[in-house]
Ligand binder design. Structure first.
Ligand code: FE2
Length: 209
């Protein structure tokens, strides 16, 4: 059983963020467990894919918090997030092309160290702005850029989807509650798929020498 990498020293006191950080560590713990059990490459790929989606969701949430609080170092923090995402994307490609060449021990050590240091150093920088202890200066990032998208939904759900999008765009307590619910749903979905992946892909016999 892999050790649980989360500890209270990583707590920011912001529930949505702490839940996300716990979820990130749990995914790395899952990878470490795959390493210890020498799980099949499909299971490893599924966990890396979950990490890609989960990190993207989490960084987007954090960045909304930072924008709302007018955190002055937003751009640099955003670039660090983008670099991490690009690295995990590259890891996914590498693992997909050549699973036996990936040293999962090195991967999990890197991810645990990166996530831990990022929380303790970078995330703690925006915390006083989000809690209101420090005051940022409103700038052009105050209003998130809007994007137009086309989605296909059942006709009878059209109005509900439009209202849902409007609530999320407006922000505020209802939007945060909706995002929290989506995040929880996403985690449950990953847990369900992880169980399914275990059932489908886990190697029961040691690999042939
Ligand atoms: Fe961050």
């Amino acid at each position: 059983m892999a050790p649980h990498s989360w500890s209270n020293r990583y707590a920011t006191g912001l529930r949505a963020i702490d839940d996300d950080h716990r979820g990130l560590f749990e995914l790395v713990d899952a990878l470490e467990e795959h390493h210890e059990k020498a799980s099949g490459s499909s299971l490893v790929a599924a966990t890396i894919a979950a990490l890609q989606v989960y990190a993207a969701e989490h960084f987007a949430r954090e960045e909304r918090f930072m924008r709302k609080a007018h955190f002055p170092d937003f751009e640099r923090h955003h670039r660090i997030h983008e670099d991490f995402r690009a690295l995990v994307d590259a890891l996914a490609r590498f693992q997909g092309q050549s699973p036996d060449s990936v040293d999962l021990g090195r991967v999990t050590r890197f991810l645990n160290r990166w996530i831990g240091e990022h929380i303790l150093v970078k995330d703690m920088e925006y915390l006083p702005y989000v809690t209101g202890e420090a005051t940022g200066t409103p700038h052009s990032l105050e209003k998130p850029a809007l994007t137009e998208l086309t989605v296909h939904v059942p006709a009878e759900k059209r109005d509900a989807v439009i209202q849902f999008a409007a609530l999320l765009t407006e922000g505020g307590e209802i939007a945060e509650a909706l995002e929290q619910a989506l995040s929880t749903r996403l985690r449950q979905r990953f847990e369900r798929f992880d169980r399914q992946a275990h059932a489908l892909f886990e190697r029961h016999e040691p690999p042939a020498p």
